[in-house]
Structures are given as C-alpha cells and as structure tokens.
Design a binder for this molecule. Structure first.
Ligand code: THU
Length: 141
C-alpha cells in the first residue's frame, strides 16, 4: 500500500467538504483491494441528522459501483480543514466498516499530513464488533 498516495488523496478531497454548520472539514480515501481509490467528504445538512460522514461517503460511492473488497482508508479532518489533530472515525462509520471489511486486516489511517499518521486495524478500533457473521452471513453480498 502506498500510504503517502492514499493520504494525499484524502487531503485533496478536503476541498469538497460541505460543512457550513460545524466548519469541521473531513475527507477520506478508501483503497480497494484492486488498487482503486474512492474519496469522500462530510456532507452536512441544515436539519443536522441527514449529515453524512466522509468515511461513509467513500464507502457508499464504492458499494454503489459494485466494489466490495477494501484494504484501507485514510482519514483527515479538522476545524476549517486545518489538520492540527488526528481525526478519529465515529462509531457509526466504524460499524459501516464492520459490514464490509475484515476487522483483522482492514487498515485505518488517521493522518495529519502524508508523513504523519497513526494506523490501526478495524478490530483495534471496534473490538468485539457486531457484523454480518453474527447474522449468519459469511459474505456481505
Ligand atoms: N465527521 C466525519 O465526517 N467523520 C467522522 O468520523 C467524524 C465526524 C463529520 C461529521 C460532521 O460534518 C463534522 O465532522 C462534525 O461532527
């Protein structure tokens, strides 16, 4: 995996963040097992609840094109798009990852720059997660 390329893709997607209410801009770059990258940004709403996180935007773009095999996701975010801190994926996004990724192998990169990042497996961020296996599904499609 080219971590620098993946994080750079996430940083470049920050410009599309639609966050007029929080001004907290987030972007993600999702790497498929065949080497493609799907980017996503947060998309807020005046009614708040319909807001979609950057990570889920990236996943839903890929899933909606029939892609189900994922290797890693890079996440960047901060107030006004300034990357002062690591942006951790919210619980809902971790649960969506659990639906489509192997928790033992899927990698989550939280980055402040293309060189400064922390890396975890999904299992580390969502231990004892509930997924398709708990519903008797071996495969999620
Ligand atoms: N946000 C994300 O896009 N991803 C996360 O994992 C954390 C939160 C967005 C949602 C909202 O637009 C803003 O950050 C503040 O919560």
């Amino acid at each position: 995996m080219d971590t620098k390329q993946l994080i750079t893709a996430a940083i470049n997607a920050l410009e599309y963040s639609y966050a007029p209410y929080s001004n907290f801009k987030v972007a993600a770059a999702l790497l498929t097992k065949d080497g493609r990258i799907f980017t996503g940004c947060n998309i807020e709403n005046a009614s708040f609840t319909p807001t979609n996180c950057a990570e889920r935007t990236a996943f839903f773009k890929a899933i909606s094109e029939g892609i189900y095999d994922f290797e890693a996701i890079a996440i960047v975010g901060g107030k006004d798009g300034v990357l002062n801190d690591y942006c951790s994926p919210c619980g809902v996004c971790r649960q969506v990852m659990m639906e489509f990724c192997n928790p033992d192998t899927f990698q989550i990169l939280m980055a402040k720059s293309s060189e400064e990042y922390k890396q975890f497996t999904l299992k580390e961020l969502l231990p004892e997660g509930f997924g398709p296996g708990n519903m008797g599904k071996e495969k999620n499609r």
